[in-house]
Design a binder for this molecule. Structure first.
Ligand code: LIP
Length: 231
């Protein structure tokens, strides 16, 4: 199996997963929202979408391992491939009917993230990226290129913050952006900020503590679009 085979599979799967989430949200009353922590929620759609993704991967790539936000790690990879999935990134936005949420699917081989797909159904956008010998990122079929402005004086930075982390540190980060002449935006879904970077709409995405499943697909897409990533 090549990276391209896996990417094509992941793109179709992310679209299917996005459709399932959208359908479940439209069937009002069926989301069964549970709190995992302060301002941290899981819905029936998160669980159903993760189950769908795991089922499809198990059928197509039974020897690959999977790490998912809701179910943790399953399987010991015999192929060196590990899928990293967030069924719904931006669950709070999703369950409230806001458009900033997405399905995120990435695959790492021998410890390196090599491909990613982010499907944002409410924006009708699907981004794919791969880091083969000739890296390439696309959004709805069109080649992507990150902004060349870097962190110049007029930088626009997408930011993320989670209630898991210290707010004072976040406030300091925002102050640093503003005092250096920049501006910021926060959508409440890391994947949406990463779409902004990959599309060249914003110059960077910054979040002090991000889970692997929130970032993995975006990392592959941004690198494939010519951007850099710092841990
Ligand atoms: C959330 C993110 C949010 C970020 C949080 C969290 P969830 O993911 O996308 O932007 O700040 O760290 O992980 O819980 O909605 O999938």
């Amino acid at each position: 199996m090549t990276i391209h085979d896996r990417l094509s599979f992941a793109e179709n799967l992310a679209r299917e997963a996005g459709e399932l989430a959208t359908t479940m949200r439209a069937a009002r009353g069926g989301l069964d929202v549970q709190a995992k922590g302060p301002q941290d929620f899981v819905t029936a759609a998160d669980l159903a979408v993760e189950k769908l993704i795991r089922t499809r991967i198990a059928a197509q790539f039974p020897e690959d391992a999977v790490i998912g936000e809701e179910g943790g790690r399953h399987g010991n990879t015999a192929t060196g491939a590990v899928w990293i999935i967030d069924p719904i990134d931006g669950t709070t936005n999703f369950m409230r009917g806001l458009p900033d949420w997405a399905v995120s699917i990435a695959c790492a081989i021998d410890g390196e993230i090599v491909l990613g797909v982010i499907c944002a159904p409410d924006y009708r956008q699907t981004l794919v990226g791969h880091l083969s010998d000739t890296p390439e990122a696309r959004k709805n079929g069109k080649i992507l290129k990150t902004s060349s402005d870097g962190l110049a004086k007029n930088a626009l930075v997408a930011v993320g913050w989670s209630p898991r982390t210290d707010f004072k540190e976040h406030a300091d980060l925002l102050e640093g952006i503003i005092s250096s002449g920049g501006e910021y935006r926060r959508s409440g879904a890391a994947t949406i900020g990463l779409i902004g970077v990959a599309s060249g709409w914003v110059d960077a995405y910054v979040e002090r503590e991000l889970n692997l499943w929130d970032a993995a697909a975006g990392i592959a897409i941004i690198r494939a679009a010519g951007g850099g990533v710092q841990a």
